[in-house]
Design a protein around this ligand. Structure first.
Ligand code: AVJ
Length: 320
């Protein structure tokens, strides 16, 4: 059985994009939040990124899930799997298989901001897991965690290293809100990319085929289409830098020439100086002690920590 709860008003995304574009493009330095990369084309580009030789996180996390899904099922005995930002269902299936083979799983709750992506994912899972209750939630994982359905004990999976898109203060709020919605004894499964040598990190975000550059520029295409803007997309260069102080990768778009951009839908004219950079994404990288400290702070306990054989990526399990 499939059910989808919609917790976003139809114009929520449109309003949020307007607000973010106004706030970010009138700021100094300019910025845009990474969530706007993911229209249909952006999601497809991200899928391509996950297959690039330089982009190791997806493969590393899959390796961990392949070897540890059974253990995760045995430890948690979860009846419900909640997946936040439930993008690619391939890694989800490894978890679903582990939990199903253990015999405890009854319900799968994918949560995503994109209703169309959610319906596709829910339908696909329904075909291959016909006895599973699929209860999708259209919502924002930073705002709609209070509405999580499903029979306890639940395991909330936040995979892919997407936690790295949140700044430290946002992470603290996020962990606290997950801890809040869980009943004591329920679980959080967290995927975190790990600090490693800067060359490997930068290559993962500046691939030789230029796919990440296209993905980065796609946010300008989204604003052109949604807000009637006239960004000359090809006049922006992709920049990926390792910020050693903050331990995060930052992606920028650098204006190759001075230009004025019109954004009619929000009545904005934005000037770029030649070489000016617009920040589009922070992707934080972690160390075990840092993750431990943040989850301790949120009140989680009983940590289990797994990495891939090359120790590039970690999957950690926490109990509320
Ligand atoms: C989907 C947020 C995990 O930060 O690695 C990939 C997005 N950005 N290449 C990441 C991304 C550039 C990705 N996350």
């Amino acid at each position: 059985m499939t059910q989808i709860d919609v917790h976003l008003t139809p114009d929520h995304a449109a309003r949020a994009l307007r607000e973010d574009a106004r706030a970010g493009l009138t700021a100094d330095p300019k910025w845009l939040p990474p969530k706007w990369f993911y229209d249909a084309r952006g999601s497809e580009l991200f899928e391509q990124i996950t297959r690039l030789p330089e982009y190791y996180p997806t493969r590393a996390e899959r390796e961990i899930l392949q070897t540890r899904a059974g253990e995760i099922a045995a430890i948690t005995k979860a009846h419900t799997l909640v997946e936040l930002g439930s993008g690619s269902s391939e890694k989800t299936r490894l978890l679903l298989d582990g939990l199903r083979d253990h015999g405890s799983l009854t319900t799968f709750v994918p949560l995503d901001v994109s209703e169309s992506a959610l319906r596709d994912a829910a339908d696909a899972i329904n075909v291959d897991y016909p006895t599973l209750d699929v209860h999708g939630v259209v919502g924002d994982f930073t705002a709609h965690l209070d509405k999580l359905p499903g029979e306890p004990p639940r395991i909330v999976a936040f995979l892919g290293g997407t936690i790295g898109n949140l700044l430290p203060a946002e992470r603290a709020t996020f962990y606290a809100s997950v801890r809040d919605v869980l009943e004591p004894g329920e679980w959080l499964l967290l995927g975190t990319d790990l600090v490693k040598d800067p060359n490997t990190l930068v290559a993962a975000y500046d691939d030789s085929a230029g796919v990440t550059a296209e993905f980065n520029r796609n946010v300008l295409r989204v604003i052109n289409r949604q807000l009637g803007a006239d960004f000359d997309v090809d006049a922006f260069s992709h920049v990926a830098i390792w910020d050693a102080e903050n331990e995060w990768i930052e992606m920028h778009l650098r204006a190759d020439r001075a230009m004025r951009v019109l954004i009619p839908e929000i009545h904005l004219e934005i000037d770029f100086a030649e070489g000016e950079e617009l920040s589009t994404e922070v992707s934080a990288k972690f160390e075990r002690h840092g993750v431990q400290a943040e989850l301790d702070q949120a009140g989680f306990t009983n940590a289990t920590w797994w990495t891939d054989t090359k120790a590039r990526f970690a999957l950690s399990l926490w109990q509320a």
